[in-house]
Design a protein around this ligand. Structure first.
Ligand code: IVH
Length: 679
């Protein structure tokens, strides 16, 4: 072989090795993030690893592994789904709706097993997820197929789409020759809400609930769409498995699934109970906390824990005798629309809201429900006086599903052509009717202040809708900048404020001054800039000045945000009013974390390049990097020759080895601490 070719081969070996390393590392971090909820690296570091892998794979597709995380990005769209027949049918569960039914189920189990009266059966209780049932098949530890439940016998082959779900392991953490795993694919309530908000903006039909959204997302012909949908998969059972795997109880199955790398429900949500009374108690606990769960559940599943007993009990054609669902009563109810009011949001969009004859749905009194927009009203033909079906899905605002019977009101309901808040012209903008008086419509101002102060933005506790209304109406604030000039004395004069509540609000306003930079950008309420885009903006442009000075091309091409979003950001920073408000905020002492503050700069750190590898004890990785940045240093993500310090914590990774090879200065956490604490 010629020297040149030998060199090329060697290089290829190195690349293959690197692709292998990156595949393992990224899969591990995916698992930490999506299954364990305990990331050990920052999103940015993760993105950098993925970027490196994708670029190597593009050049050397022959080295792409079957379990490569790039397969999660989404393959090419398919024409339609192939059918997959389940080796073992995917059964359904018998539904029960009352404690009486559940006790009857327990009695039946005992009768069938011929257990004497008075003996107890041990059950395992779990939350019943309201999503889409899925089966995954692993051969030699690698995910080879994934299908929907379908009719229980045959389902659809949605392998490509399931590979985009981050909590689905592409490779098992332990070697197993063959395994069929079953679980539920879900969309969390927050993602569902955002997806629908986005669909309103794009004038697309809305999903009725998170389950439909999950099902629609998994049954997409284009896996890229699935990849963008933030789905989760919780596993709860197995189909076929090799004889060498032995399980005594259902609980053991769950624990094994966890150790194979699957996302299993939180251990606090899985309970082994001594008898059926324990199951009833579990149901009460879960019911009481249901609203606070980030995902939708529709009841609990009660399963005989002992596998030998399960086998004795066997199955009926559609459902096993050894398990039952205890479901919550319906989350829908019918009532009458008494009125339709129109609210004006932060971006001027008019939203029709129905005022309902109060109705109790699943323990909560519902008095209003959103009608979304004019198109939805037209499509569902909704008017005042109609009897309607209302659905409440978790934390999501209740919505009118359909008209059950028309009321006496003739004609149709139309959104007004003048803003109900300020009287300005309303303009039709896609599916939205929008008040264009962006700068002085009181409703828009109030809503943008509420957004600014909200939990995920500046997190100013106590500055909610009611207080903002009062402050704006009493002309104490006109924009978000004024928040920081509020005085305790002014607040104390307001109705409903005491000394203590005024004190609390002033304190939480003060605390918000040091919020992180991405949240600050999100809080500004730039149209189309959600949390994700805000943090992207900050990671690329570092601070407000960076974003402000970026030209339109920079914004659009640099991180591919699309023209509409790019223009919206660009235009925001061209409006004098917005710049004045930002200046007012900074003058008041708002100083978001993540940007260099000259007063904090240390000569030991300034201009020095740091890289962290491994877990630190006293800081999170983000905190350590922010400290470096605060003091004027640079936090790097990859090992380069020009690094000044490589800080190593517990279990440092391949970066450490690279740093040693390059002869870089390596320090431990204590040394870093003393360096960073010196002035
Ligand atoms: S165990 C024989 N556990 O509920 C089926 N199912 O109504 C044993 N489901 O098709 C299923 N969460 O899709 C089980 N924690 C859970 C579940 C669960 C949701 C779904 C599953 C099943 C349906 C039956």
């Amino acid at each position: 072989m010629k020297d040149k070719e030998k060199g090329k081969d060697k290089n290829k070996d190195k690349i293959k090795k690197r692709i292998n390393e990156l595949t393992d590392e990224i899969n591990y971090h995916n698992y930490r993030y999506y299954v364990l909820d305990e990331p050990v690296i920052s999103d940015y570091e993760f993105d950098m690893l993925l970027k490196e892998l994708l670029s190597l794979e593009r050049l050397y597709p022959e080295f792409i592994r079957e379990d490569s995380p790039s397969k999660r990005v989404g393959d090419l769209p398919s024409e339609k789904f192939a059918r997959i027949t389940h080796h073992i049918p995917m059964l359904s569960l018998d539904n029960t709706y009352s404690a009486g039914d559940v006790i009857e189920f327990d009695k039946k189990v005992k009768r069938f097993l011929e257990f004497p009266g008075g003996t107890d059966i041990e059950y395992i209780c779990e939350r019943k997820f309201d999503g889409l049932a899925i089966e995954l098949i692993y051969k030699d530890g690698i995910l080879t197929s994934g299908s929907t439940r379908g009719d229980g016998v045959t389902g659809e082959d949605v392998t490509m789409n399931l590979k985009t779900v981050r909590s689905v392991p592409l490779r098992l953490l332990k070697p197993v020759s063959y395994l069929e795993v079953r679980g539920e694919v879900l969309m969390d309530k927050e993602s569902f809400k955002r997806l629908n908000e986005d669909r309103i903006r794009k004038n697309l039909p809305l999903f009725a609930n998170p389950r439909n959204a999950a099902s629609g997302s998994i049954r997409q012909l284009d896996p890229k769409i699935t990849a963008s949908r933030n789905l989760i998969m919780y596993c709860y059972g197995i189909g076929d498995y090799p004889v060498e795997l032995k399980f005594r109880t259902q609980f053991e199955i769950m624990e094994n699934l966890r150790s194979f790398g699957f996302k299993i429900d939180d251990s606090k949500m899985i309970k082994v109970v001594k008898n059926i009374d324990g199951a009833l108690k579990f149901f009460e606990e879960i019911s009481a906390n249901r609203e606070s769960f980030p995902v939708e559940i529709d009841g609990i599943v009660i399963t005989v824990n002992d596998i030998a007993l399960q086998q004795k009990l066997g199955e009926l054609s559609k459902s096993p005798r050894w398990a039952a669902a205890y479901k919550f009563s319906a989350k829908q109810a019918t009532t009458v629309i008494e009125d339709i009011i129109v609210s004006v949001g932060r971006t001027g969009v008019l939203t029709p809201v129905s005022i309902l004859e109060p109705v109790n749905i699943g323990g909560v009194e519902v008095k209003r429900a959103t009608l979304h927009n004019q198109d939805e009203i037209n499509k569902k033909d909704i008017n005042v006086g109609d009897r309607v079906l209302v659905e409440r899905a978790g934390d999501v605002i209740p919505e009118v599903v359909k008209v059950v019977s028309k009321g006496k009101h003739a004609g149709y309901f139309y959104l007004p052509d003048k803003c109900p808040c300020c009287g300005s012209e309303v303009v039709i903008d896609g599916a939205n009717y929008r008040c264009m008086n962006e700068l002085s419509c009181p409703c828009q101002i109030k809503a943008s202040i509420v957004h600014f102060a909200s939990k995920r933005a500046m997190d100013i506790e106590g500055l909610g809708e009611k207080i903002v209304d009062k402050l704006v109406e009493n002309t104490l604030i006109k924009d978000v900048g004024d928040i920081y000039y509020l005085k305790k004395e002014d607040l104390e004069k307001l109705e409903g404020f005491g000394r203590k509540s005024a004190d609390n609000l002033i304190n939480s306003i003060e605390k918000s001054k040091n919020i992180s930079y991405d949240r600050f950008v999100y809080a500004l309420g730039i149209r189309h800039v959600g949390e994700h885009i805000a943090s992207l903006l900050i990671s690329y442009f570092k601070d407000i000045n960076g974003i402000k000075n970026a030209d339109l091309d920079d914004l659009i091409s640099k991180f591919q945000i699309g023209e509409e979003i790019g223009k919206s950001i660009y235009n925001f920073f061209r409006l004098k009013t917005n710049l004045n408000v930002i200046e007012k905020l900074f003058e008041a002492g708002v100083s978001p974390k993540g940007a260099a503050d000259l007063s904090k700069v240390s000569y030991l750190i300034a201009g020095k390049r740091f890289l962290f590898t491994g877990g630190l004890n006293g800081f999170t990785r983000d905190d350590a990097e922010n400290l470096v940045k605060e003091k004027g240093g640079i936090a790097e993500k990859t090992v380069k020759k020009n690094l000044d310090y490589v800080v190593t914590g517990k279990y440092p990774g391949s970066k450490y080895e690279k740093a040693v090879k390059l002869g870089l200065k390596i320090i431990n956490e204590d040394e870093f601490k003393s360096l960073i604490l010196q002035k």
